[in-house]
Design a protein around this ligand. Sequence first.
Ligand code: M6R
Length: 608
Amino acid sequence: MCGIVGYIGNKNATDIIYDGLKKLEYRGYDSAGIAVIDHNIVKTNRSTGKLVNLKANLEKNPIAGNIGIGHTRWATHGKPSEENAHPHTDCSGKIVVVHNGIIENYISLKKQLVEEGHKFDSETDTEVVAHLIEKNYHGNILEATKKALKQVRGTYALAVICGEEPDKIIVSRNDAPLVIGVGENENFIASDVPALLAYVRDVIFLENGDICEITKNGVKITNQDKLIERKTQKILWNAIQAEKGGYKHFMLKEIYEQPQSIQDTFRGRVFSDQKQILLEIKNITKEVLNKISRIYIIACGTSYHAGLTAKFLLEEFVQIPTEVDIASEFRYRNQVLDKNSLAIFISQSGETADTLVALRLAKQKGAKTLAICNVIGSSISRDADDVVYTHCGPEIGVASTKAFTGQVMALLLLVFDFAVKKGTITEEQLDNYIKQIWNLPSKVSECLKQADKIEKIAKIFSQTKQFIYLARNINYPIALEGALKLKEISYIYAEGYAAGEMKHGPIALIDENMPVMVIATKSRIYEKIISNIQEAKARGANIIAIVNENDTAVTKLSDYQIVVPEVDEIFSPIINVIPLQLFAYYVSTMRGCDVDQPRNLAKSVTVE
Ligand code: M6R
């Protein structure tokens, strides 16, 4: 995920900013850059790849000044390249911007600015902000930034400097973190605390809508044109705690990031006031889709589980037969794809060897290909004809959490896009679903409030040797995913089953030593799942049930309940997986396992 660092004071800004960016390396990035003001002249240095490349560039072309801003970029709009690396400048080269987040209306803003004569150097959404500020600049960079931001829709943490006003940095935020480090005769800014720890401990966390003018001796914060005060807090975290945002593990941090990462995946693609889905798909047009007779979804591990939810959705909404395959199996079969097949490849890393080979095989057969990836510019995203990114930011914990919910979200958007193209969804239905999508982040936040209760239940079962996870229909993949999470981070043997399949064999395993986790939220098969719970209960199993508020039937039958908010069943996988992630996390920590780097596993499986 992108990182921002800035400095104003009496020292060399370049060194401090470079050092701060180094502290943010753990977040992942693909290019970096720094801009400083030297005697009213803005000097910029950018490079692709890691910070060592920027360092080499800086050694060849040193830049120095007492004020500057820097950035590490995790590409979202436009490939990783020097032109797309931040900072971005206006036409005059005097106004410089670094930005984290997504400017949703950048296409229309860019079109207008180009018509007005502005020259763009990059493919990024960020550059429109530099030109918008230029358009509004009449000698006051704070006022120009305020005016520009009134036209911008999206998420941002933003820092701006201007050659004509070398005594101030302007910063603002909306749904992306930004923190000011308060020093003596110097001030700092950063997207994340670790960048500041070597210099200051007093910080101010900005709130949405804050626009600030930072000089070396002061911080002036306004919100909705009113001057306001934000309290200064003392940071007592050490460097490692700071990287994890105060959480004990990356996995826990990533679980808690989900309200934001889900929103980042749908923002800019669905609008509450428009009945349309805007995905960056070029090749799967209406005409192409009408000729597709079969869809294949191919992936590994957690990404495979996301694919299973999409089978349900595609057959329900787009009415095209869909098969889901494990990449390592698919690659060694006779692939019966042809030009009327669409093959969708799902991969967080975009580098999984089996998935990549499967993609190449599908292409050889003439199938249309589309990737759902989290890492921009990864091999799978480059090789597929089309790619829909999940915009979750880097996932560091080996156990995938936020990437999974991002994948399910991206697949939902894809299904709606296809359904619109196929004419299998009405405007009214789409409008209704879009409204529900906007409510999902707050529903996920509600699930996270169950953490204490889940921790207590985890304590009861932390020493168990085995677990069964049951669900049906669109939540069957969530049973598989819950079991995988428990297996991989706590080393407890866990298996997910389609609840209706129990009586065909697995029920023989059930007794008082086999706890059963069952997803029993409201759905078209709610009654059926009640019967399945009864079967397990009758054989002495301890039942932990995931239920909705106001549930009575399952609550009576089960031993423990985890309550999650009710949503339309097509969105329920996103909600129901959250308690299962938390449950696996707490069991793992109670067993003293290495949560973030479980034994025998790698984050990116680039070998067969
Ligand atoms: O990067 P990918 O999504 O292609 O990775 C696929 C699997 O290796 C991955 O999901 C794995 O199963 C995770 N450890 C699950 O938590």
